[in-house]
Design a protein around this ligand. Structure first.
Ligand code: NAD
Length: 451
């Protein structure tokens, strides 16, 4: 497999060696759930899919999907002809390739469509695919703006088709472990969530090298622009579209959406935040982009503060901390750690150092009489870490989608889930641009400022 077929995450995982997957003292290795390791399907169960968009992520999705049992890629659509070649290289046999995704939708032999086009094209391809009766896997963030999201949800609700959004954290065994711990009340009453992730290199900040042969001859540039304002052919825009709001959704839609989706899943919630206040700016990559490269956001979910900090200006690991009255759960890329807290005094108050000696000693004596556990009954507050085993969540996420296509059972990360996660990102962007706290006004179905 060439490097181009790796996601950034899989690539970093490989280069980081086995550190994240090794068994360290006090830790437990989580195995992938058997059903997501690729359930063998009968020949009659075979799912024929087409893919729309075979770029950086589409090539990763395609390579992962064709390695699953019981599924077969029969066609690929992309506006750039170089990616027709790439699709055939990945599938390893002749498949139909075209610039026109509607040809895939017209093909009655195709059951499902995988969509990995830039954000500004998600809505149209999803809505058209559902209208054509296809099951749909669409990359995150589901929508490019709230109105697109509402249209996608409406289209989804009109059909009995499966829609799964591609924020793959929700299929990881680590998120499942965090969810299990939270549901059991392991950390008592949740009172704060914080999450952060940072990069500090041009690739991480989307300054990708456009394909050297890219030209208006081998790329349908006008169609690529879609609903965005017309502008002359520009290879950098094609490769680095995340930098501009006309096509992408910034660090919010690119990265924050993973943290939000993982949080929604772990908490078992499916809702948008009630209010959002964002800050940030373009501090590190002043390359003409109009989306912030540093974007700290304070959300409120269920009355609880959720503080998420995204940065392309300084590196920091991806981590989400759920904090409660009885401890904390720390979810990282390759591990989940549960650190219980007693939440009670375990020794006499240090404030009594301000008492005269006799008073202090009397207090301490009484405190020990009333609080010391009987011998042998001392609480053992043990921190436990579970590790993921060399594990990329994309494979189980796709397997889960194809399982649902077969079983017709609903998926967790459906269009409503994807809409709520994307809405959090749109609110974060709106607050940044408006420089005011914002909220989602359910009545008017729009974002409103709080001040
Ligand atoms: N889940 C993840 O971890 C993850 C990772 C990276 C990207 N993504 C998402 O995947 C999507 C694609 O990102 P990317 O980095 O692969 O972009 P990309 O620019 O590398 O590839 C997009 C491809 O879509 C094609 N395309 C655009 N409009 C089209 C249309 N109307 N019809 C057919 N083809 C069209 C382009 O020609 C291009 O080849 C984005 O929504 C992104 O947010 C998700």
């Amino acid at each position: 497999m060439t490097r181009s077929l790796f996601s950034r995450r899989a690539f970093l995982q490989t280069t980081a060696g086995a550190a994240g997957a090794s068994l360290v003292p006090g830790s437990i290795l989580l195995e992938a759930e058997p059903s997501f390791s690729g359930r063998l399907a009968a020949a009659s169960d075979r799912i024929r899919f087409g893919i729309v968009g075979v770029g950086m992520e589409g090539s990763n999705v395609l390579a992962t999907a064709v390695a699953l049992p019981g599924v077969e890629c029969v066609a690929a659509a992309d506006l750039y002809d170089g990616r027709h070649t790439l699709a055939r290289e990945i599938v390893g046999k002749p498949i139909k390739t075209t610039r026109r995704y509607k040809e895939l939708l017209d093909d009655k032999e195709i059951d499902a469509i995988l969509i990995a086009v830039p954000d500004h094209w998600h809505k149209q391809v999803v809505v058209d695919a559902l209208a054509a009766g296809k099951d749909v896997y669409c990359e995150k963030p589901m929508s490019h703006n709230p109105a697109d999201g509402l249209e996608m949800v409406a289209a989804y609700k009109k059909t009995d088709r499966i829609v799964q959004i591609g924020a793959q954290r929700t299929s990881s065994v680590l998120c499942a472990k965090a969810k299990e711990l939270l549901a059991k009340g392991a950390i008592g009453d949740l009172n704060l969530i914080e999450a952060s992730y940072g990069r500090n290199d041009p690739n991480g900040a989307w300054e990708y090298p456009p394909p050297p042969d890219l030209s208006p001859e081998n790329l349908d540039w006008d169609t690529w622009l879609g609903t965005a304002p017309k502008k002359p052919f520009d290879p950098n825009t094609f490769a680095r579209w995340r930098c501009w709001k006309e096509y992408g959704t910034g660090v919010a839609g690119d990265l924050l959406v993973h943290l939000i989706s993982g949080m929604q899943f772990s908490l078992g919630i499916n809702e948008a935040p009630t209010r959002v206040s964002a800050f940030g700016g373009i501090y590190r990559f002043k390359d003409g982009r109009n989306m912030p490269d540093v974007h700290p956001v304070l959300f409120e979910y269920m009355g609880i503060p959720v503080y998420m900090r995204l940065s392309l200006g300084s590196e920091s690991p991806e981590v989400t901390r759920f904090q409660g009255s009885k401890g904390a759960i720390e979810l990282r890329e390759f591990s989940v750690t549960y650190a219980p807290q007693a939440g009670v005094d375990t020794s006499p108050s240090y404030y009594t150092s301000s008492y005269p000696a006799k008073m202090r000693e009397a207090y301490a004596k009484q405190w020990h009489e009333e609080h010391d556990p009987p011998p042998g009954k001392e609480p053992a507050a043990e921190t436990i870490t579970w590790n993921g085993n060399d594990y990329d969540d994309l494979r189980p996420h796709l397997a889960r989608f194809f399982d649902a296509v077969r079983s017709r059972q609903p998926v967790v990360q459906d269009a409503v889930f994807g809409h709520n996660a994307a809405l959090a990102c749109h609110l974060a962007n709106e607050s940044y641009f408006r420089k005011t706290p914002v909220y989602w006004d359910a009545g008017s179905q729009t974002i409103k400022s709080l001040s």
